[in-house]
Structure formats: structure tokens, C-alpha cells
Design a binder for this molecule. Structure first.
Ligand code: MRU
Length: 385
């Protein structure tokens, strides 16, 4: 089935605010919020109002643009200090997705390249760079869609985890991009979605995105993952990533490692899709990836209801690492990379570096608003779940 529904736009820049879709409110409400301080952007990333590796990179870039715009009346030393402090705070807001540090580094490089000149001009350059990061992300998602489409052609029953759709990116998605394309081209995919406890990104966000696009969707409890792989004629697993090391080890939402083991046991190919901004060539293997551990209450009090013995100790890692030997292919905007991954991953990064800002120039950036009247809008720091 084809669809006229346009991708959602989870992060955007108004010129004076970072506009996000508050993902904590989905699927019940589609609410936009305008974040007008760096502290609000940090909080939005930390609390997963904006989430997904590419999307938080884009949000961090706009957070630095926001610091620049609000400090553009100051002299360059104070202006620079404010922008750099914003970058440090944004980078520290979540540890695992490398896109965050990558975006902060790109924005900082703009400052470094313009040591002279006025703050007003530097602020304009920083805002333009953040927009370029967003536009490039959308372009990378489109390429991942095309490249991944070739990989999943003839594999209509796909299992995914967490949310690697439009909401997790500048728009278009990574792991879901080929699925959206397959649907548009009439391939009628069926997507099996793990609920993704404890924050339920699969149940809340992925099922919302897929059903909005008219895609056949089956939600299963996380605990049913291995059995679903064994019994539901799944053709492949396709997930996103938060950080991919040189050897191909890939961090993604907690549960991904277990899925990869179950997929190997069931003989189902396991694919990872991510833009080159998610590749961390500085890490040889997954042992070096910082794994975020989150608040115990996310486990003991889902949706504010106590479900565990008072005072119980909790282990709540937000991510795990899929070992490269369990990954059949990695899809990037540069193409499909087969094992051994190192040379292909390095080539993808170098190709992006060589493209430089050309990707931004090529991006149309013209994502339309939600066809159904668009999201409601709130401003300021409200909206916590
Ligand atoms: O904690 P989250 O919701 O930010 O985790 C997101 C994921 O694990 C995604 O699968 C990953 O960032 C890839 S998104 C294109």
C-alpha cells in the first residue's frame, strides 16, 4: 500500500527556539514544544522528550545554535565561552549515542574556524551549521532507505526493536527507512515490534509510526522475542544503532544483544542500519562504549505505578552491544557493508567527510507537517510524563 503521510519532524529550528515533538507524550498526544534555553534542551534529551541517536545529535547542534543566538550581543570571548559551555552540557546529557559528541564537535569546529569576527556573524554560521547537520541527516536517512530496501527486498516479515524511525532522526528513520520505502513500493511488509521496556519506545513510538504509514504491525512483549523469531517466519531483524565501533560491534537499545543471539539460534539474518555519524572509528570494539544506566524508577514505577518490592535494587542499563560476529550486514548511507566491517565503516566515514557540506546543499529539507492538522504546540519547560 502507498501512503501520502509525510515523515514527522522531531527536531526543528525556529530561529529563536529548538522545536521538538515531545516523544514522552506519544502515542496519546502529538505535542510540539519550543525550547528556549540550553537547560531545556539538555533536559529534553536527558528525559527522552527528544531521543534516538541521530535526533539527539541534531537537537544538541540546535542547542548550541540557541546558545549562540541568545548570546550574540556579547563580545566574542564571552560569546565563545557560552557556546562552548552549552556544547559541554549537551554532550554530557546522554553518554552512549556518539552522534551527540559528533554534532557538538562539528559545531565547535565552526567556532574554531572563525576566531575573529563578530558574534552576530558567528551565531549565524552556527545556526547554519546546525541546519546543515539536520539536512544531512535527512539525506542520509533517504540513502539508508534505498540501500536497505535492496537488502530487505523479498524479506517482508521484519522484526525490529526500540524506535529507529522518523522520530529517532532528523526525519525518515534509519532501520525503518527501508520499511517505509518497501511499503510505498507495494511490497507489503509486516513488522514485528518488541515493546522495548522500560520506556516502551517500540510500543509507544514504532507502532504509532508504522500504523500511521499504513504498515501491518505486530507488537510482542520483549520476553517473547526469541519465540517470535522461532515461530513467526521472520525473514530478518533490522535495528538501528547508537554507536558502531571499528570492528562493527554495535550499541543499541537494551535487548538488542539478546535479539542477536536469538536470531543466530533461529537462523534469521540480523541487520543494523545507521548513518555514518553513528560510526565511532576511535573505538576498536564494543568494550569501550559507555553504557548509560538510568533511574531505578523507570523499572519499578512504570507510568507512575509501583510494581516492585519497595527498596529493591535495580540494574537498568539503557543499551547493550551486539557483537559484530552476530551482524550479517550494516546499512549506511554509503551502502551495504558486509563482514569484516572495518574497511567499509572507515570508507563510509571518509566519504561523508569528503562530501562535507555538499550533503546539506543536496538536501531538500522540505518535510511537510503532519497531514492530520499537525501537532499541538506548547512552549517552555512543561510536558514531563
Ligand atoms: O534511549 P533511546 O530511545 O534514545 O534509544 C534509541 C535507540 O536505541 C535507537 O535504536 C537508536 O538510537 C537508533 S535510532 C535511529
Amino acid at each position: 500500500m502507498t501512503t501520502s503521510i509525510q515523515p514527522v519532524e522531531p527536531v526543528a529550528w525556529t530561529g529563536s527556539a529548538v522545536r521538538i515533538i515531545d516523544q514522552r507524550r506519544l502515542p496519546g498526544e502529538l505535542i510540539e514544544r519550543d525550547l528556549t534555553s540550553v537547560e531545556e534542551v539538555v533536559e529534553a534529551i536527558r528525559t527522552l522528550a527528544v531521543r534516538g541517536a541521530p535526533a539527539i545529535g541534531v537537537a544538541a547542534a540546535f542547542g548550541m545554535a540557541l546558545a549562540a543566538v541568545t548570546n550574540r550581543d556579547r563580545r566574542r570571548p564571552e560569546f565563545d565561552a557560552a557556546v562552548r559551555a552549552a556544547g559541554a552540557a549537551l554532550e554530557a546529557s546522554r553518554p552512549t549515542a556518539v552522534n551527540l559528541a559528533w554534532a557538538v564537535r562539528r559545531m565547535t569546529a565552526v567556532l574554531d574556524a572563525q576566531p575573529g569576527g563578530g558574534s552576530v556573524r558567528a551565531a549565524a554560521l552556527l545556526a547554519a551549521e546546525a541546519q546543515a547537520i539536520l539536512d544531512e541527516d535527512r539525506a542520509m536517512c533517504r540513502r539508508i532507505g534505498e540501500n536497505g530496501f535492496a537488502l530487505i527486498a523479498g524479506k517482508p516479515r521484519i522484526l525490529t526493536h526500540c524506535n529507529a524511525g522518523s522520530l529517532a532522526t532528523g526525519g525518515g528513520g534509519t532501520a525503518l527507512a527501508p520499511v517505509f520505502l518497501a511499503n510505498e513500493r507495494g511490497a507489503a511488509p509486516t513488522v514485528f515490534v518488541g515493546e522495548t521496556r522500560p520506556l516502551w519506545q517500540g510500543a509507544r513510538l514504532t507502532t504509532w509510526e508504522l500504523r500511521r504509514a499504513g504498515i501491518e504491525t505486530v507488537l510482542f512483549p520483549d520476553t517473547a522475542a526469541a519465540w517470535t523469531l522461532r515461530t513467526q517466519a521472520i525473514d530478518c531483524v533490522l535495528i538501528g544503532a547508537d554507536r558502531i565501533c571499528r570492528n562493527g560491534d554495535a550499541a543499541n537499545k537494551i535487548g538488542s544483544y539478546g535479539l542477536s543471539l536469538a536470531a543466530r539460534a533461529a537462523g534469521v539474518p540480523f541487520y543494523v542500519a545507521a548513518p555514518s555519524s553513528t560510526i565511532d572509528l576511535s573505538l576498536a570494539c564494543g568494550a569501550g562504549i559507555p553504557i548509560e544506566e538510568r533511574d531505578a524508577e523507570e523499572v519499578t514505577r512504570p507510568f507512575g505505578t509501583s510494581i516492585a518490592a519497595e527498596g529493591v535494587r535495580v540494574f537498568n542499563p539503557a543499551f547493550d552491544v551486539v557483537p559484530h560476529e552476530l551482524i550479517a550486514a550494516i546499512v549506511t548511507e554509503a551502502g551495504i557493508i558486509a563482514p569484516p566491517f572495518e574497511a567499509g565503516l572507515e570508507a563510509a566515514v571518509r566519504a561523508r567527510e569528503a562530501r562535507g557540506r555538499d550533503a546539506a546543499a543536496g538536501a531538500d529539507g522540505a518535510h511537510a507537517r503532519d497531514a492530520g492538522g499537525g501537532p499541538a504546540r506548547e512552549s517552555g519547560g512543561g510536558g514531563a510524563r
